[in-house]
Design a protein around this ligand. Sequence first.
Ligand SMILES: Nc1nc2c(c(=O)[nH]1)N[C@H]1C(S)=C(S)[C@@H](COP(=O)(O)OP(=O)(O)OC[C@H]3O[C@@H](n4cnc5c(=O)[nH]c(N)nc54)[C@H](O)[C@@H]3O)O[C@H]1N2
Ligand SMILES: Nc1nc2c(c(=O)[nH]1)N[C@H]1C(S)=C(S)[C@@H](COP(=O)(O)OP(=O)(O)OC[C@H]3O[C@@H](n4cnc5c(=O)[nH]c(N)nc54)[C@H](O)[C@@H]3O)O[C@H]1N2
Ligand code: SF4
Ligand SMILES: [Mo]
Length: 715
Amino acid sequence: MPDSAATAAAKPSENAGDSDSIATVCEMCFWKCGIKAQLRDGRVQALSGNPDHPLSRGRLCPRGVGGLGSLYDPDRLSQPMIRVGERGGQKWRPATWEEALDRTAEGLRGVAAHYGPEAIALFYHGAGGSFFKTLVKGLGSANIAAPSYAQCRGPRDVGFELTYGESVGSPEVVDMANARAMALIGTHLGENMHNTAVQDFTDGLRRGMRLIVADPRYSVAAGKADYWLPVRPGTDIALLLGWANVIIQNDWYDREYVASNSVGFDQFAAEVARYTPDAVYLETGIKPQVLVDTARELAQAAPHAVIHPGRKTTWYGDDAQRSRAVALVNALLGNWGQPGGFYLSSSAGLKGHPQQPPAPAHRAPADREAGQFPFAGSTLASGLREATLTGKPYPLKAWMVYSSNLPMVLPDPRRTRAAIQKLDFLVAIDILPAEITGWADVVLPECTYLERHDDLIAPWYREPYVALRQPVIEPLGESKPGWWMAKELARRLGLESHFPWEHPTDLHQARLLASGFSLEQYQSLKQRGVLRVDADPLYQPKDALYQFATPSGKIEFWSQQLADQGFDPVPVYRRPEQPGPGQFRLLTGRAPVHTFGRTTNNAMLLEQFPENEVWVNRRAAADLGLRSGDRVMLRNQDDVTTGPVKVKATERIRADCVYMVHGFGHQDRRLRRAYRNGGDDTAVTTRFKTDPLMGGTGMNLNFVSLEKQESGNEA
Ligand SMILES: Nc1nc2c(c(=O)[nH]1)N[C@H]1C(S)=C(S)[C@@H](COP(=O)(O)OP(=O)(O)OC[C@H]3O[C@@H](n4cnc5c(=O)[nH]c(N)nc54)[C@H](O)[C@@H]3O)O[C@H]1N2
Ligand SMILES: Nc1nc2c(c(=O)[nH]1)N[C@H]1C(S)=C(S)[C@@H](COP(=O)(O)OP(=O)(O)OC[C@H]3O[C@@H](n4cnc5c(=O)[nH]c(N)nc54)[C@H](O)[C@@H]3O)O[C@H]1N2
Ligand code: SF4
Ligand SMILES: [Mo]
């Protein structure tokens, strides 16, 4: 490798103007807080929260502050590379941009000519993906997927859509700051560190919100809770339907609200009657009195009470139904459009570029067979992998992978490797030598979010706004922004018309003007990083009925849509398989200072959280002769191993499961700090269950045993 990116000369971007502070948007995770970057002598000195930005409110989470560790990571990809030798053999030669882009265009063109453009798939995650989506759509393929659907929040969205006709979005429309009571089902806020969510959560707690946390692990949030319910993993549907039953039996719900806003309540009430506190106790391990007390807490605070819908809900393969159960208990609390419940979001309604041509006609995505996963609302990343493996419903022969480290993201990485071997062409666009780049034919080094423009950002939120990502410094090394790569590829593929702008600033300006904003507002956006817009009301007026976007126009306690497709119209609890002797169910989660595997090579963040540990119940650990600090190998039911990982023996977790933070244990040597540091949970996630409603991949189904590593053997 040539000079590392970190030592390359840097000059401030033109946005610096006379000022030494530039407003832009964070991408250390996908929440997209507004930041201010301080510059000195062409180097970024510090990142802080933009006080004008509604998601940061002047504050950042630790990862946002630690963005400098990613910008100046000496392991960054700094020049294009072309594979020599076998795929996966990890041998490349440096290439010029001209050559690497020609090669990429040739690879895509070849596959399109042979198999049709639909044989090209794009996997992406993050704001920069939009330019590559435009490219792949322009080619005529609909095989475009982000793992944040089928591996993350898809089941939750579907559970809410089936019930309310709409999902809770991102940022989630949970009015935590004003809630008087809240229940968390797993959702480990405080470790799950979405900045504004954590601010709202702590505001709620400061105002006296009562908190109930159901989690097999005593999470950070459980530490703040009035009730910790150490539920047996995989039994939350029983818990939720138990709450519903207690609320109904005790007449703790608003009959009038239910009568005028919902359908199917009587059938629902009849279905959940069997989830008595005693029956629920046998499944969940939660004492009957605790079930009743917590149901009362929620009901008494209603409608200013909420069961948080969570985010990563891909746990057991029945997740859309669990999310529906969450949605239905919320319906009993009557909290839609209410303070302390779910607020009504609005957006700036940004229009596209006026000259953007429509995408050409295309085949339906290959991620499922006709009729499969009828409620999937997005293309399934895992489904595209299946199609690549099986060639059904039709073959996928090229992958373009933008900012998604698939070998550590999709469950059963063995299948990911096998699928990659079926490809004619794989191009990876990344900032780091992540594992996916090790499988690529061409590697295109992107510059980081602090060195580039992306498209405008205008989400649905409490208040509408538009935010701008703009470069703080020029790209380091030979890295380039994604928009430039996409445009260059479009030119080579005869798709220039799909990029009707020269530079992203033209795109931004055209979109803003088309949406009724002025040039002055655009100037202000560049200065302040954000444009705030007048808001619609946050809450539903008392006497007006909300028009739900379900087939009935009301909240659906009993779902005809589900019945028509042969699914349970009311969620039904089914007991999950239990680990055998000597086995533990593997659960995973987040560390407050890391984002998946994206930051586990970031020196600044590693200083605060150097490696992941496996949490083991103290008594279970003692039975195995394990103490905190020992190192173990995790071996799963399929004889696949990961580790060695440090043991954390603790009372803070049940004895039937172990827990580790996702994103460690990288296998690519070029990630010098992350290489073999800690354990990779994905490696031992070889078993997963696909949600029949929508194709989400439940991953909490792996059972591991722990094998002590002698200290001399430490790798
Ligand atoms: N086993 C297991 N699997 C999971 C999860 C889990 O907890 N356990 N979590 C799931 C969830 S909730 C989600 S949302 C997904 C997340 O899935 P991904 O977002 O795909 O997660 P990462 O593995 O962090 O991959 C991000 C890749 O993007 C690269 N990257 C970072 N910044 C940039 C950039 O600016 N430009 C470009 N081009 N590349 C960049 C990083 O180097 C890395 O290779 O994973 C899911 N999969
Ligand atoms: N710092 C940081 N914050 C992040 C992220 C990050 O990478 N880093 N990623 C963001 C993203 S994309 C997502 S999707 C979210 C993910 O965060 P969440 O939406 O909170 O989802 P999970 O990570 O699945 O939740 C893990 C928690 O669920 C508990 N749990 C496991 N199984 C069960 C069960 O059967 N029942 C119950 N009741 N609890 C269970 C675990 O013990 C753990 O405390 O975090 C977001 N926030
Ligand atoms: S939550 Fe943290 S990492 Fe995510 S965008 Fe905000 S500051 Fe950045
Ligand atoms: Mo996620």
